[in-house]
Each structure stands twice: as C-alpha cells, then as structure tokens.
Design a protein around this ligand. Structure first.
Ligand SMILES: [Zn+2]
Length: 244
C-alpha cells in the first residue's frame, strides 16, 4: 500500500515535470514566433528589406518556424508563422498560411549546418547590387571574418523558390554563415534570431562599403593570414557588438 502511494506521488511529480517542460517548450515557441514578426518589421523599417520580399525563420525542437508567404508583416500574428519539420522529405507544413516560397533554402541551410538556429533573407540594396554583378565580397574589411572566412561568396543563379537554388546556396555557404544570391539578394544565418539579424545588417554594411570603395578607386584586400588572426580573435574575445 505504502509502495503504491509512493509510486503514485512519483508518477504525479513526473507528469507535473513533463507538463512544465511541455509548457516551457510552447512558451519558447511563442517567443520565437513573436520575435520573427518583430524582426520582419525591424528589417523593413531600417531599410534592410522592402515589402514582403524577405523572410525569416528559426529552429524550434526539430522544426523550423518561418514567415508565411504574401502576408504583409504588419498584419502578421504569431499563429500565422508556418511550421515545417527540418528533417523531412515532404513539403508538409502547419499553420493557416503556406510558408514563404523560399522555405527550400531555409531548410537546406539548417540541414547543412545544425549549428544554425535562425536565418534572415533579404533583398537588401547593396548586397543585391553586388549579387547582380555576381561579385563575391573579398577581405576588404576585417569584419569579413565574422562570416567565417576571407570572403562572402555569391551563389550561382537559380529561380526563386526552387530546390536548385537551395543547392547553390548551400555550396556558397560552405564554411560561411552568409552568402549573396546571384541576381536576387542575400541570406545570413546565426545561432539565434538576434545573431542572424545582426549578421544580415553587418553583411549589408560590408556590401555597401565594398561597393563604395570600388567606386572611390583602388582597394586593398587584407591577406589571408590577417583574416585567420581576426577569426581567432573573434573566437577568443567575441564580437562586442554581436548579441549574446
Ligand atoms: Zn528573395
């Protein structure tokens, strides 16, 4: 009898713990949904994106939460954010609206690098200008190291929303956390939503600096050794302006 009572208590506390855990997971998901909307509005108000051409996603418990297609950001509500399994061969999604037409490359990037927790895609002006000339950004500034190497590559062109485009992006992002997308825009990833947005803003700044420096005249590219030193410094000291 005593044993049975104890096991009942144990079972009760276990299910309570499981209940708390499930609630915590759902609250975290809601936070991410709200944050995606907040960042969509931010990227349009700061000029990083126009209209609904960009999209944002975040990883949550084996799924990605991603902006739906064609809904103006100011009308977005947390439950509108679409949800898709990351490791899946189907295009099934949950939510009242279909995911962004670019869901292919969001999922492919997460599959290619499990360290990424969020992705921002925009048609930011200078990144897009460089992508039209199919120019990679070289080590024109030490901040290039924030993207993992001595350049930010430009992917080859493929039609938007296709699996082919996602394959080309994954190639361009090998050992990098961002790339330009030929005749399209840019994509930046990070371990969380704040970091992915920080990365997108830094990439656009870098694209603008490189574009203007080329217009101004001769440019000097930093040597690979220097970029390796900067990458190590970033690892050891962190990026001061990068969110935690
Ligand atoms: Zn796009």
């Amino acid at each position: 009898m005593i044993v049975r009572s104890i096991s009942k208590v144990a079972l009760g506390s276990k299910s309570l713990l499981e209940g708390n855990y499930a609630l915590e997971v759902r609250l975290k998901e809601l936070e991410k949904r709200k944050k995606i909307i907040e960042l969509c509005l931010d990227m349009n108000s700061c000029g990083l994106n126009q209209g609904t051409s960009g999209n944002i996603s975040a990883v949550h418990e084996g799924y990605m939460l991603i902006t739906p297609t064609g809904i103006p950001y100011e009308k977005l509500e947390p439950h509108h954010i679409a949800k898709m399994k990351i490791v899946s061969d189907t295009n099934k999604w949950e939510g009242p609206f279909a995911p962004s037409t670019e869901w292919h490359f969001h999922r492919a990037i997460y599959k290619s690098n499990p360290d990424f927790g969020a992705i921002v895609h925009t048609h930011a002006l200078f990144s897009t200008v460089l992508s039209i000339s199919r120019t990679e950004i070289p080590a024109c500034h030490y901040m290039i190291a924030a993207f993992g190497g001595n350049s930010v590559r430009c992917s080859e062109y493929a039609t938007f929303g296709t699996e082919e485009l996602s394959e080309k992006i994954v190639v361009a992002m090998k050992d990098r956390s961002a790339c330009l997308m030929a005749n399209h825009g840019m994509v930046a990833a990070g371990t969380n939503l704040d970091k992915a947005m920080w990365s997108a803003v830094e990439l656009e700044a870098l694209a603008s600096q490189y574009y203007h420096a080329k217009m101004a005249g001769d440019i000097t590219i930093l040597p690979d050794d220097e970029i390796r030193i900067v990458i190590e410094k970033f690892k050891n000291y962190g990026l001061k302006s990068q969110p935690n």
